[in-house]
Write a protein that binds this ligand. Structure first.
Ligand code: FUL
Length: 695
């Protein structure tokens, strides 16, 4: 074929493609700010990783002071390919690495400082973690991002104008030597106490002016024209923080902010409906409570149900998800983190790989110009470049998808064609069930992607009813899914009154239980709500999915006598009863302002035959006051005490679970748990629960 023929053919195909896939005539005007090409490319990534590795990894700190010894850095088994493999298998599209955290230590051999890998024992100072990360990303088809902390607690010149030169020199190294960088992360923690080259003082800077962000951004964009900038400290960047590191952005989430002025929490979390600049939300959170690795968090890795919640509250709320892995001192991702993130990926796949609306016929109450270019079918055609649009004056309309036959589903997904702006303010989802329309859920904004959950229904038609919008409607995609139940063992708790509550992870799940210690099956008692169980009930419970006859693993709780008449003695604080409420997620603390030992005395209401006690430390994220050394006393009258057990709770810091202590049976009405030491060597004591073991 001659070159000319080829060129003509190419042009013809190109035009045909353009006409069929993109509406050409009378396309709606854009509405307000729109995403840049870089922001759009980033938005479509949806899900990517953070890795936190620095000297903190070796000091068990969250923020290094800047004087930590470089000799500590020795990740002998470091394997960035392991990180990349896990991220790839988890469905992520990129990895952002903490090239420099607040302590100032550099994971690459920067020529502008001695405080880097080049002076660490790792690979005899010849290593470069950023290089290994870049190579691994390339091999696994992932994009690379860089976290460069503006705050540097090691530098003598931090806070002075000279530091900006240093900061930009480092930016230049990172943005020139490691190939394409998709995102740069400038953390907002800026200024405070630090080593600062030996000054050991507090240095404050003006986060808005000190870094001359306008020119810093210019440099970044010159070196990496395709990059997106994240910054919660200075001038508006390309992406915004969502005001929390807990893993969620508002259900109402506008990808807009105002270009100037402060951005309080609610603006970060919900965006600004009439904002004048496009700044979409990135939800950053860690798979563990903290960002850096701490061995005492090995049992606190987020579970699949927790990660699923984060998914719905980030990607499902028009945000992206940036999920962090704290790297262990040996340079690897911990096996539990790996397992949970891969199981999470499986759960996402099970929920969202089959779109029941795909290629199904769709109709709309209004179609722009009545033209096929804007028809309802564009929302079900699996082509993100086509969209259903309404006439200019139509800001409320409905789109009905005909599923052809009764179909079971419990998730609805919608996407706006945001290249022309974000518009929808409120909508409902309805379904035709046995000939009757019923409302399944309500929502506010849609944006790039909105996923809405509701109990499963069997319906023949589904209707997206948009109630209000800023301008005419442009919906590029709708999805209907059946997300299988997450079959996780339910939680079983008994409150002080002796009432048992069983809670499945998935609200829709059916629970079966027994109270006599026998194995629960789908033929056991069906849980309908809290119930009283006398004596010492032994509850075994499962979640059961009748659609596939599968059950979860079981929860097995053996309760001792009910605590109905117990009283906490000498403490005038109703909140203290959290230690008897049976709920591990509530806790009570005492002793911050007193000295160890710290006592907790309980009156059991009558004499009991005691043979041991159980203590559950605060299960919260920061679980302060874990008792490490204890004495346990009993008394008949609350005045004369007898020590029956004392010692340490082994490994309680790393594994703050139920501690069970047994002793020779003895009769008593009062018990006293005395904390003699906690894991932090301060005076605080925290309790989620206290219980006894009777004969
Ligand atoms: C925070 C930092 O201070 C944390 O250490 C962590 O790097 C996180 C991603 O951002 O603001």
């Amino acid at each position: 074929m001659s070159k000319i023929v080829k060129a003509c053919l190419f042009t013809a195909v190109f035009f045909l493609y353009s006409f069929s896939s993109r509406a050409q005539k009378n396309a709606p005007a854009s509405c307000g700010p729109v995403p840049s090409v870089n922001q759009m490319r980033w938005q479509e990534m949806e899900y990517y990783a953070f890795v936190h590795l620095s000297l903190n990894t070796y000091t068990d700190q969250s923020w290094g002071y800047g004087n930590e010894d470089v000799n500590l850095f020795n990740p002998t088994a470091l394997d960035c390919r392991q990180w990349a493999r896990i991220c790839k298998n988890a469905g992520m599209k990129g990895i952002i690495i903490t090239a420099k955290h607040h302590c100032g230590f550099c994971l690459w051999p920067s020529k502008y400082t001695e405080y880097s890998v080049k002076n660490a024992p790792w690979k005899n100072g010849k290593g470069d973690v950023v290089r290994e990360m870049a190579d691994a990303c390339k091999e696994y088809g992932l994009k690379l991002g860089i976290y460069l902390s503006p705050w540097d607690r090691n530098r003598a010149d931090y806070g002075k104008p000279e530091y900006i030169k240093y900061f930009r020199n480092q930016l230049t190294e990172l943005l020139t030597n490691y190939g394409p960088i998709f995102e740069i992360w400038f953390d907002g923690a800026n200024g405070g106490s630090g080593y600062y080259g030996g000054a050991n003082e507090t240095r404050m800077i003006d986060r808005k002016t000190y870094y001359d962000w306008a020119n810093t951004y210019k440099l970044v964009r010159k070196l990496q024209p395709n990059i997106v900038i994240w910054n919660d400290g200075g001038d508006r960047a390309d992406l915004r923080w969502v005001g929390t590191e807990g893993g969620s952005v508002g259900e109402t989430n506008w990808s807009l902010l105002n270009a100037t002025g402060d951005v309080p929490y609610d603006m970060l979390h919900y965006g600004v409906e009439n904002g004048n600049v496009w700044v979409p939300a990135e939800v950053n959170t860690s798979i563990r409570p903290e960002w850096f690795y701490h061995p005492n968090e090995d049992k606190k890795v987020k579970s699949v149900p927790q990660l699923m919640d984060i998914y719905y509250n980030s990607i499902g709320h028009n945000g992206s998800l940036l999920l962090n892995f704290p790297i262990m001192p040996n340079g690897l991702i911990h096996p539990t983190d790996e397992k949970n993130v891969l199981d999470f990926a499986e759960a996402v796949k099970a929920a969202f790989s089959v779109n029941l609306a795909k290629n199904k016929s769709a109709t709309a109450s209004n179609v722009r110009d009545g033209s096929k270019y804007f028809s309802a079918g564009n929302a079900t055609d699996d082509n993100k470049n086509t969209y259903w649009a309404t006439d200019d004056n139509i800001k409320a309309a409905s789109l009905t998808i005909d599923l052809g036959r009764p179909t079971r589903f419990n998730r609805f997904l919608a996407q706006e064609y945001i290249q022309l702006g974000q518009r929808v303010k409120s909508f409902t989802v309805e379904a035709l069930v046995k000939g009757q329309w019923q409302e399944l859920a309500k929502g506010t904004t849609i944006g790039y992607k909105r996923i809405i959950s509701f109990p499963a229904v069997n319906a023949t038609k589904v209707r997206l009813h948009i109630l209000d919008a800023k301008a005419c409607l442009l919906i590029s995609n709708v999805g209907i899914y059946y997300a299988p139940q997450i079959l996780a063992a339910p939680s079983v708790i008994r409150n002080q009154a002796g009432e048992i509550t069983i809670t499945p992870v998935d609200k829709e799940s059916i629970v079966y239980y027994t109270t006599d210690g026998s194995t629960p099956t789908s033929g056991s008692i069906k849980y309908k709500g809290p119930f009283l169980a006398d004596g010492k009930p032994e509850i075994r419970a499962i979640v059961y999915d009748p659609s596939n006859h599968q059950s979860s693993s079981e929860t097995h709780e053996k309760f001792d006598i009910a605590r109905k008449n117990w009283k906490i003695v000498g403490i005038d604080d109703e909140k203290a009863y959290a230690v008897l409420d049976g709920d591990p997620s509530t806790a009570w603390h005492q002793g911050k302002d007193q000295k160890m030992p710290v006592d907790l005395v309980i009156d059991l209401g009558k004499e009991e035959s005691l043979s041991g006690f159980r203590y559950l430390p605060d299960q919260g994220q920061w679980n302060a006051g874990i008792i490490a050394g204890y004495e346990f006393y009993i008394s008949e009258n609350g005045a004369d005490w007898k020590l029956v057990s004392h010692g340490e709770f082994p490994n309680i810091k790393n594994n703050p679970l139920w501690q069970i202590v047994k002793f020779n049976p003895q009769k008593a009405r009062y018990i006293k748990l005395r904390a003699v030491k906690n894991t932090e060597n301060n005076n605080e004591t925290g309790y989620a629960e206290i219980d006894i073991i009777t004969q």
